[in-house]
Design a protein around this ligand. Structure first.
Ligand SMILES: [Zn+2]
Length: 80
C-alpha cells in the first residue's frame, strides 16, 4: 500500500507540524485533518523537495536500470 505524507497547514502538534507519513489504501480518502490534534493537513508529494518520480526514465537510467516498453507487435523497446 502506498505511503502518503501529510503536513499541517497551520500550527499543528508535534506529530503533524513537521510532517508525518501514513499508509493508506488507494481507496481511502485523503486526510484533511491530523489524526491527533485535528489541525488541517495537506498532502505533500514526497519527503524531499527535489522529488523525482521513481519510475521516470531519467531516474531509472541514473540508477542503471533499463526500462523496456512493450510495443504493439510484441517486441520490447528500450526507452532508457
Ligand atoms: Zn497534529
Amino acid at each position: 500500500m502506498p505511503i502518503y505524507q501529510y503536513k499541517a497547514t497551520d500550527k499543528g502538534c508535534d506529530y503533524c507540524r513537521g510532517g508525518f507519513e501514513i499508509i493508506q489504501s488507494m481507496k481511502d480518502k485523503p486526510l484533511t485533518q491530523c489524526p491527533r490534534c485535528r489541525a488541517s493537513v495537506r498532502k505533500v508529494p514526497s519527503l524531499c523537495s527535489g522529488y523525482t518520480p521513481m519510475l521516470s526514465d531519467s531516474n531509472l537510467r541514473d540508477k542503471g536500470f533499463t526500462k523496456l516498453k512493450k510495443r504493439g507487435d510484441g517486441t520490447y523497446e528500450k526507452t532508457t
